[in-house]
Design a protein around this ligand. Structure first.
Ligand code: NAP
Length: 258
């Protein structure tokens, strides 16, 4: 059991789905108090109940759309009500690549993708920074994507937003290092879980997707949410106390630039 996080306060934005949810489970196993978050309330409630069966006193949850000021205001208020004015670890696992592939989309569509995959996140971090600064050895771990650092055939708007997030994480880490806040980003490859995007794509064209994984991923398999969650926990832990501004790729070797 990872006891690094005993009684530590963790907020995971975007934890009603695959990667964020598994990350929550691992933090809970490590003894942390975890606030779950998502946009859809019935989905979040279901996930919260699952975890409460095993960790009844450690789990709470909040729903809010992080792309709106109102949503983020609600989120911050609910967090403070539950956990007060300090936060040890902020994980951001919000995002979605479920958009059309082409670069030729209307301005409104670009904005929508950036609101969900970039601006909502940047604003959320702005809101929670004062709470992080009040904690001992605080850190932020952002979930990016290898789509943001290399061409892998992902939708252009999504890849561009993830690239912006990559740069933002690097620059933010330098700016807040003096305050003791570490900032790191994890870049997953193709992560499969029931109900996730890859299940959908696999159902749409099983042969093509399986071929893609075999050809493009040297380890010839999908990633699991646990693969990414373990990397997040490491970066948030004391073991990574001298690591900030890092981007950790977890993709079975798919991304292979120098
Ligand atoms: N799965 C992959 O292959 C893969 C690969 C590379 C990177 N990633 C990244 O990993 C992160 C997690 O993705 P996942 O695969 O675990 O997908 P997921 O299950 O869909 O998780 C996304 C989470 O973000 C929440 N969310 C989305 N938009 C939101 C909004 N506007 N306001 C509040 N919450 C919002 C979702 O809640 P609702 O469902 O209620 O909207 C959900 O909890 C994302 O940043 C994704 O881009 C995933």
């Amino acid at each position: 059991m990872n006891t690094d996080f005993r009684e530590k306060k963790i907020f995971i934005a975007g934890s009603s789905g695959g990667i964020g949810y598994k990350t929550a489970e691992l933090f809970l196993k490590g003894g942390a108090f975890v606030m779950l978050h998502g946009k859809n309330s019935s989905k979040l409630l279901k996930k919260k109940k699952n975890l409460q069966t095993h960790f009844p006193k450690q789990v709470s949850g909040v729903t809010a759309d992080i792309t709106t000021t109102r949503g983020r205001k609600k989120l911050l208020a609910e967090y403070k009500k539950k956990h007060g004015n300090s936060l040890k670890v902020l994980v951001i696992s919000v995002g979605s690549g479920k958009v059309v592939k082409t670069a030729f989309i209307k301005e409104r569509e670009w904005i929508k993708v950036f609101e969900q995959n970039f601006f909502g996140i940047v604003n959320l971090i702005f809101d929670f920074m004062p709470l992080l600064k009040k904690s001992k050895d605080p850190s932020i771990v952002i979930v990016g994507s290898i789509a943001g650092i290399e061409h892998i055939g992902a939708p252009v708007s999504y890849a561009s937003a993830k690239a912006a997030l990559h740069s933002y994480a690097k620059h933010l880490s330098v700016e807040v290092a003096k305050d003791g806040v570490r900032v790191n980003i994890v870049h997953p490859g193709n992560v499969y879980f029931d109900g996730g995007r890859w299940e959908e794509l696999l159902k749409g064209n099983t042969k093509k997707v399986r071929q893609y994984i075999k050809e493009k991923v040297p380890m010839r398999r999908f990633g699991k949410p646990k693969d990414i969650a373990e990397a997040i926990l490491f970066l948030a832990s004391q073991k990574a106390e001298f690591i900030t501004g890092a981007s950790l790729v977890v993709d079975g070797g798919q991304h292979n630039s120098f």
